[in-house]
Design a protein around this ligand. Structure first.
Ligand code: TEU
Ligand code: CA
Length: 552
């Protein structure tokens, strides 16, 4: 048998990279105004280097009125004053590079802010040259909006502009008007802007709601519109295609078939996408995230297994439990209480041993948890607030809506990063823009760094393994115990090498009944959240949230 370590075609530098997402507003505040900033991030680069990550996905830091915390951009080529200056951004890029860390910029081009000069010009008169940068439609005869399309943040997707007597289209807040991607001038502006950032030495882009840019508004085709893939191919060709960077699209609507369209290298579109099937399976089919369904591990395994298998030979997976829009992984899928540490490590192993590029969301590496503020006034997220008011007005009881926000509200992920046990967790010396999770005296980075058994060092170990193991990067995925409601187990194969990965999602000890030939394996344990196992003999009982991987 030939020694088949690395498949020799289509290997990319980002195949064994690990990405860390920073939500700048909540990461580290260096100047005491209560808002995280670029200097704060620079101060924490040594921490990230210690963790071992390769890239930082930086949520937007561009100039913005902050209607949606920076996902509403008024100047793509400048930095919001609360985050710092362009010079700070250049320092961040170069200081990160010294530590072998690259920066992924968040590319938010489905929409701009209503304060972007393009939109200010566009709304000034119907014949302004920028008019066609956005999507305008006449009212119906009775003055009402052209159709019944809804914004993701609640209310109509159409906003009346009294000056020019027309409606403009916005899939998010009315302060986030959608760009008209059918206009070649818009495409060129975006390509130029991307090249301007690429020339600064960034490592690539995370592309916000990129599956929306091919939309056909009048036909109500919003996701996966007919122009989507041609637009991405044009973008590839006109900007990042020659730069050897990582690109990842946020695509809530992707199926594995669609994911291959984006990430088949031969098609010259993106490196990979974020798919959300495993996320939306925990949402209510009608009421969405505000009416959570219990987590179903069997369904989850079916979904993840499908993605692993379908993209095995074509395309590439991204792997994530959470981000700035989603609840904290340990609260959603593990146990934020008694077994917080064990379950956070288990979740890390379960994800990081899959095939794909793993993404860690800030605070995940220390097991930060969801938050429950008593008053709706303590929440800041525009999505939670808009939907709260809309649904309360429609008769939903306050308590019911709060349960939805506790489970899935975006501020769960946005409470400030917990650095130490001191005032405001060391996040700021001022008044934080969003209240902290009161558990920071127990859960913080300083405590994690001081404890060799912490979740932090478990992540560090997983990241190191990915750097050295071709099996982890390229091995095939084979599911085990597919119908087991509490165990997520699988094999990875590469040539003669195999990896067995076992993860218990149970707070009780449970029996592990693997196929008989696996019970007798002898190998090398590479990671565990209890005592390391090199074999299974006489030890088929799993401790609460036990998780391990054995190479054999
Ligand atoms: O998110 C896209 C998006 O669709 C989310 O708003 C999602 O609908 C919601 O959180 C889940 O119900 C991206 C960004 O990640 C998000 O932060 C922005 O608010 C949004 O786009 C608009 O730019
Ligand atoms: Ca600040």
């Amino acid at each position: 048998m030939p020694d088949q370590t690395y498949p020799d075609t289509n290997t990319q530098w980002w195949h064994n990279s690990v990405v860390y997402q920073i939500y700048p507003r909540s990461f580290c505040d260096a100047n005491g105004d209560g808002i995280g900033d670029l200097t704060g991030i620079i101060h924490k680069l040594d921490y990230l280097q210690k963790l071992g990550i390769d890239l930082i996905w930086l949520s937007p830091v561009y100039k913005s009125p902050m209607d949606d915390n920076g996902y509403d951009i008024s100047d793509y080529q400048d930095i919001a004053s609360e985050f710092g200056t362009l010079a700070d951004m250049e320092t961040l890029i170069s200081e990160a590079a010294k530590r072998n860390i690259r920066i992924l910029m968040d590319l938010v081009v489905n929409h701009t802010s209503d304060e972007h000069p393009w939109f200010i010009a566009a709304r000034s008169s119907r014949d302004n040259p920028y008019r066609d940068y956005y999507i305008w439609r006449a009212p119906l005869a009775d003055g009402s909006p052209p159709d019944d399309q809804r914004s993701f943040f609640g209310g109509s997707a159409w906003e009346w502009d009294p000056t020019t007597e027309a409606y403009y289209y916005h899939l998010f807040s009315k302060r986030q008007p959608d760009l008209n991607w059918e206009n070649p001038a818009v495409q060129q502006e975006v390509h130029q802007m991307m090249n301007w950032w690429l020339d600064k030495g960034i490592g690539g882009f995370r592309m916000d709601v990129i599956d929306l840019i091919g939309k056909q508004v009048d036909q109500k085709i919003i996701t996966n519109g007919p122009r989507l893939h041609p637009l991405l191919q044009d973008m590839h060709q006109a900007s990042f295609g020659s730069r050897n960077v990582l690109t990842v699209g946020e695509t809530w609507s992707a199926t594995p078939e669609i994911a291959k369209l984006y990430s088949d290298p031969a098609r010259k579109e993106l490196s990979m996408i974020f798919q959300f099937e495993h996320i939306t399976q925990t949402w209510d089919p009608v009421h969405g995230k505000w009416k959570p369904r219990p987590f179903d591990l069997v369904e989850f395994k079916r979904i993840i297994g499908k993605w692993q298998t379908e993209l095995a030979d074509c395309g590439w997976n991204s792997l994530f439990w959470n981000n700035h829009d989603l609840p904290r992984a340990v609260s959603k899928y593990g146990d934020p209480g008694k077994y917080r540490v064990a379950s956070a490590k288990m979740l890390a192993t379960a994800l990081h041993c899959l095939k794909g590029t793993p993404y860690i969301y800030q605070g995940e590496e220390i097991g930060m948890t969801n938050v429950r503020f008593d008053s709706i006034d303590d929440y800041q997220d525009i999505e939670s607030l808009n939907h709260y008011h809309e649904r309360i007005a429609a008769g939903v009881p306050h308590e019911e809506m709060m349960e939805g926000i506790y489970a899935n509200g975006r501020d769960n992920a946005r409470t400030p990063m917990q650095w130490n046990h001191q005032a405001n967790a060391g996040f700021t010396t001022g008044t934080p823009w969003l209240k902290l999770n009161p558990n920071y005296p127990q859960i913080n980075a300083e405590a994690a760094l001081a404890d060799p058994d912490s979740i932090f060092y478990h992540y560090q170990q997983l990241i190191r393994l990915r750097k050295t193991s071709a099996l982890l990067t390229y091995g095939d995925y084979q599911p085990l115990l597919e119908d087991h409601p509490q165990i997520f187990a699988y094999l990875r194969h590469l040539g003669e090498q195999r990896l067995l990965v076992v993860n218990s999602f149970s707070a009780q000890p449970i029996e592990l009944n693997l196929p008989r030939e696996l019970n007798t394996i002898k190998g090398k344990g590479i990671i565990s959240n209890y005592t390391i196992r090199h074999d299974l003999e006489n030890k088929t009982r799993l401790a609460p949230y036990e998780s391990f991987a054995i190479e054999f």
